[in-house]
Structure formats: C-alpha cells, structure tokens
Design a binder for this molecule. Sequence first.
Ligand code: AMP
Ligand code: GLY
Length: 426
Amino acid sequence: MKVMVIGGGGREHALVWSLRQSSKVSEVVCAPGNAGIAELATCVPLAVNEFEAIAKYANEHEIDLIVVGPDDPLADGIVDVLQSYGLNVFGPNKAAAEIEGSKVFMKHLLRKYNIPTAAYETFDDVELALRYVRSQPMPTVIKADGLAAGKGVIIAHTLAEAEAALHETMVDKKFGKSGNRIVIEEFMQGQEISILAFVDGETVRACVPAQDHKPIFDGDQGPNTGGMGTYSPVPHIDASVVEEALKTIIEPTARAMVQEGRTFKGLLFAGLMITPEGQPKVVEFNARFGDPETQVVLPRLKTDIVEVFEAVVKGTLHNIQLEWSDDAAVCVTVASEGYPGTYRKGDVITGLANVGQKALVFHAGTASNEAGNIVTNGGRVLGIVGRGQDVKAAQAAAYAAVKEISFDGMYYRTDIAGKALTGTLV
Ligand code: AMP
Ligand code: GLY
C-alpha cells in the first residue's frame, strides 16, 4: 500500500515511523514533512492547506490511504475535499472536526448529553462576559472559541487578570476571529491525562493513556506551549479511572456525534482532568492525534496501524482489538530558546547520529540547509523518545539521548515524567 501523511511535525514523524513498521506499507509519502521524515518517506513540497493539489498528487500517484495530522486542515474540511476526489482518508470531516474547532460547540454538546465537564457559560458580548466573570470565584478559565495554536486558553487567578483576558480576546482580538465568542468555565483541580481513541462512528478503541507537560519551565512554571514532553503509561492513574473515562466520556461523545449527524471517524483525543475525588472530566477534545502524545503512544502499539486506519475508514473497527507493549516511553521535547515566544531558526543541530539505538528521534521543526546540515526550523525542534521496562528506565534513556544532541539555544525541560516517579498529584 501507498500511504500519504499530511503535516510536518513530530506527530507526523511518529505516524510515518509507525506506518513504516507495517508489512502492508510499500511506500510512505509526506506533505510537506521535515528533515527527519525525509529519511523514512518521500517528502513532497505541498502545504497542508493546499487541498486540491494534495488530491491531485494523491490520485496521480495512486495513494491508497491519506492520514491527516494537524487540526487546521481538518477544521477547514480537508477530509471532505479529498473524499470528493474518491480518496480514502483517515480523519474526521469538517462537521465532526468542529468538536475541536469550536469550544462553544463542544461544551454545548457535552451539556446536552450530560457528559462530565467543567461548568461554563458562553458569550459573544464583552459587557455581558465582564458582568458574569465578576460574579465568579477565582481562578476562572477563559477560552477563545476557535483554534488558536494552543494559546487561546487563559487561566485567570484574579479578577483583574480575567478582565484583561476578556479585553485581549474579545476587543483586541489577540486570537483573531477565534475570540469572537468565548467560553468562561469553572477551574478544575486535579491531574491531567490524554486519551487518544480511534473512533469509526460508534465503536471506540482507546489507546494507552499519556500525560503531557504543557508549561515551558520545570515544575510546570511559565506559559503554556504545544507540549514539552510526554510519557506513557501513567502509572499513578488507576486503570479503573481510564475505564470510567471510556464509559462516561469517550463512548457517549462518539454516540452523541452520531446522533447530531456529525459521525466522527478518525482519532478523537480526550484531554481529561482527573479530579481529586478520582472523577474524569473533559478539559478539551481534539479531532486529531496529540503532539507530543503520539510520540509515546505509537511506539507502544503492537497492532499494525494500517489495519486500524483501514478499519476506521471502512467502519469495521469492532473487528479490531489494540495490543500494547508493556514497555514505557518518555518523550522529551527539545526546543529553541525563546519558544513559545519568538525564536531563531537555522541553527545547525549536531550529534543526531550519536543517538543510535539509545532512543527514537522524531523531528518536529527541522530542515536541511544547502550545505546538507540539519538545522532548526521551529519552536519545538525534536522529540526524543526513550523506551524501557518502566517509566524510570525510559526517562533515563530519553535524557541520555538528549545529552548527545546540541545546537545554539537548545532548551528542554529536565523533569519530564517526574510526576510518574514521585506520584505527585499536581
Ligand atoms: P485546552 O487548550 O482547552 O486544553 O487548555 C489548555 C490547558 O489549560 C489545559 O491543558 C489545562 O492545563 C488548562 N485548562 C483548561 N481548562 C481548564 C479548566 N477548566 N480547569 C483547569 N485547567 C484548565
Ligand atoms: N499535546 C496537546 C495537543 O496535541 O493538543
């Protein structure tokens, strides 16, 4: 089979790597890919928003299956366009991707179907939003409705911060039209986990859970990023809690989407808060693989991923059981200094060849320069994945590999997976 992956980050590198493990796959193409992906796949210089050009390429090259990575093209209907050209695509259509594209839609859906999540109200008028927020206990959470590159969520600890956030979002339009509507929701305490689940309508097959580290600095300090590291399994979250999340959240959400006429086919990512009482509640849904959750989940998948993708596309997921390795995986994101703010590009990365068998190196923001060197080309540059018989061993493997790599302004957190080792409930 010829498979095409859309995207060019660490998640897509992990998807391409996973596809390469399948004996059914003869060729992988990636648009646009990156310098690491280019070692495993044919990279074609098409941007993720060039739907017609991607369709044309896929038809001309007889691509059997297309897997879409990022959120923006899904929200903009890439799946609908590619399907209209007769192509097989793994990913939700535009109507179903709204579960990520509009937080207002998602919250109303959960309320309508009684699915556990933070209490909330929605607003499109700043005066009404200000009046409401003044009646709320602090901290409170303010979310722009639309996609905002992971930055549209503000946790306000004081009323002054909440008022400033409403102004920035609704009046100054810091997140563009994503801030035309907002959600104000209850602050939830607890431990966050990510559950990625394959969904073909009503059948759900959940992956092993992972935990992300969103803040830039050690100890979960500083602004949120796209994700500074992940690990799987999450040993201090009981399996019964994951089972409860499946029964009370993910399966009911899949059924709700069918009932709403927005059948979800693809990868549904539930970001959950496990409250101190042990109840899972929805923080967010994404309509795609998590980044960098995918980098630790897929290396643990023993089932052939192409069979899973095909089952979702055909609606036969009920015939599939996912099998997982007991090994743990830890991903340390290596970033450019300044991220998530402004950062430099074009610094030469050295030491990649020294990593060898120590770890998997998934490229996130890299490119090849004219001299043939691999250089930095993004805020998140690499995801280094260590594996081992438990989280401690996987963490040691990841950091040993990180130490081999260097570039000017290289930055990474030193405490990824620390919570699993101390069991700390942050
Ligand atoms: P989101 O983009 O919706 O996942 O939000 C980004 C991050 O903000 C989440 O990963 C949480 O750490 C935090 N967050 C979002 N909503 C809440 C909430 N209601 N209570 C506490 N933290 C939240
Ligand atoms: N790691 C969080 C996300 O992919 O949205």
